[in-house]
Design a protein around this ligand. Structure first.
Ligand code: BES
Ligand code: MN
Ligand code: ZN
Length: 496
């Protein structure tokens, strides 16, 4: 059974559940928990008096009180003055991760009313739904089932002490975004021998059918016919056929937002081959594509009043006797010629044909997302995605959506002076500017193919997956950009 969350109009005192998680601000026991304290014979009074728990960010304590909740999990949110939706989402994620690891099949989450007042009931319910689903995520489908299978956590009830209607409203949004993000992570985690460009095309069609969203999947012949020479030159190194996937969600009037996602299902580097160390992580090189598909899952569920086009160029990047070689020159869909300096700079090649294709929709804006450069990890680490673009207003809008969604982005400059680094001796542009400012030259290359619309590029090489487990998630895919894209689109739809 898939993991689900629901809103229940109930107070925490007397609520029967295997595990009751309570998010509380730093400091004294919140007054609202008095009834629960009584019903647990003073369990809360005792833990607060002991000072073993203070409610600091990420602090948690597990109690086994007497009463109808078998376990009480207190989770700290930090100081009330610093409270925000991101902290609440994070607390929810750590609650569900803990519940899953403990092996309970169901649990409940109660945000202290003192917290709900600060964040707002609707936003609280939204981010709790997002967080619970985020923390519960794991992937065991490729393991042989154990002989004594652990119980599976399949539902989390969110206790609404008041404001049920507002909780319901926010929950509907949060649950849809969570479903999108779960779909994205499920795609990201798949190995490249399963998740091929053909597979991504099939999954896009499946999403389209389920929600009545138009999907067109172009095969090798169609891509060739359309002259997408940059996408083709990457795919020519391997036997897997490329795909160019188009999704068209029509929910409103007006120019569409176009979302573009890099869909390299495995990046060996090609002839400019990568070192063996950690190369298995390059199955995640389709994370941008997966984020676009997850966003369409959200759109299909919420049906907001906006038009959105999704474009996914997808291929493997393989070395072989037929592979593109350094020094080769190809002609892009846009018409510009490209000198291939490094076959490992393949993401920008497949994206440039998609950005060129995007012109036909006369979009209100284009947002692309890609695991594009190792350099963005050096610049920003794993805390934020890089954002660059042609329109300061759009960058600010994306950055604000990033803050609200907890998927933070941080700008890097796209000054004209950087253009020199991708000047080619014999073609219109070259695909690599070398090591300096790697994220910026990657974006500058893309900008060469942007014409007639405001554009923003999101480099998620440092945020699409984690190599380390933490209190909110297992090691692996993060589904990053589903929440940011959702926040961006839903805000635009609400203003239309
Ligand atoms: N897919 C990689 C970028 C990447 C690196 C993603 C690490 C996730 C983690 C991309 O195709 C790539 O290889 N970029 C090169 C560009 C260079 C050759 C100009 C890079 O970053 O080294
Ligand atoms: Mn590469
Ligand atoms: Zn790549």
């Amino acid at each position: 059974m898939p993991f689900e969350t629901s809103i229940v109009a109930a107070a925490p005192a007397g609520f029967t559940t295997p595990l009751l998680a309570i998010a509380v601000p730093q400091g004294e026991m919140p007054a609202s928990l008095g009834a629960l304290d009584k019903s647990t014979e003073g369990a809360l009074t005792r833990i607060y008096a002991s000072k073993d728990f203070n409610g600091k960010v990420d602090e948690s304590v597990l109690l086994h009180p007497s009463g109808p909740a078998a376990r009480l999990l207190l989770i700290g949110l930090g100081k009330v003055a610093d409270l925000n939706p991101r902290r609440l989402r994070r607390a929810a994620a750590s609650a569900s991760k803990r519940a899953r690891v403990l092996g309970v099949t169901s649990a409940a989450f109660h945000p202290a009313p003192e917290v709900v007042t600060v964040v707002g009931a609707s936003v609280a319910a939204q981010v709790i739904a997002e967080g619970l689903s985020f923390g519960a995520w794991h992937f065991a489908e490729m393991k042989r089932p154990p002989e004594d299978p652990k119980p599976v956590l399949d539902n989390f009830q969110i206790l609404a002490a008041a404001d049920k209607a507002e909780f319901d409203k926010g929950h509907r949004i949060g649950a849809a975004i969570a479903a999108g993000q779960t779909l994205t992570r499920g795609l990201q985690v798949l190995p490249s021998n399963v998740c091929t460009p053909t597979y991504l095309g099939n999954r896009a069609e499946e999403i389209g059918k389920r929600h009545g969203i138009g999907v067109t999947v172009m095969d090798l012949a169609a891509i060739t016919r359309e002259g997408m020479g940059a996408l083709l030159c990457v795919s020519q190194g391997g036997p897997e056929e490329p795909r160019f996937i188009i999704l068209e969600y029509k929910g409103g009037s007006g120019a569409p937002v176009v979302l573009v996602g890099k869909g390299v299902t495995f990046d060996t580097g090609g002839i400019s081959i990568k070192p063996a160390q950690n190369m298995e992580e390059m199955k995640y090189d389709m994370s941008g594509a997966a984020a676009v598909l997850g966003t369409f899952e959200m759109l299909g569920r919420l049906k907001p009043k906006i038009n959105v086009i999704g474009l996914i160029p997808s291929t493997e990047n393989m070395p072989s006797g037929t592979a593109i070689k350094p020094g080769d020159v190809v002609k892009s869909h846009f018409g510009k010629t490209i000198e291939i300096i490094n076959t490992d700079a393949e993401g920008r090649l497949i994206l440039c044909d998609a950005l060129s294709w995007a012109r036909r929709y006369q979009p209100s804006c284009v947002l692309d997302t890609a695991t594009l450069t190792g350099a963005v990890v050096i610049a920003l680490g794993h805390m934020a995605s890089g954002v660059l673009g042609t329109d300061e207003g759009l960058i600010a809008e994306v950055q604000a959506a990033g803050e609200r969604s907890g998927e933070r982005v941080w700008p890097l400059p796209l000054w004209d002076e950087y253009r020199d680094l991708i000047k080619s001796d014999i073609a219109d542009v070259k695909n690599s500017g070398g090591r300096p400012a790697g994220t910026i030259t990657g974006a500058w290359f893309l900008k060469e193919f942007v014409e007639g619309y405001p554009w923003v590029h999101l480099d998620i090489a440092g945020t699409a997956y984690t190599e380390r487990e933490d209190s909110t998630m297992v090691k692996g895919p993060t589904g990053v950009m589903v929440r940011l894209f959702s926040e961006f689109l839903l805000t635009r739809a609400s203003k239309a």
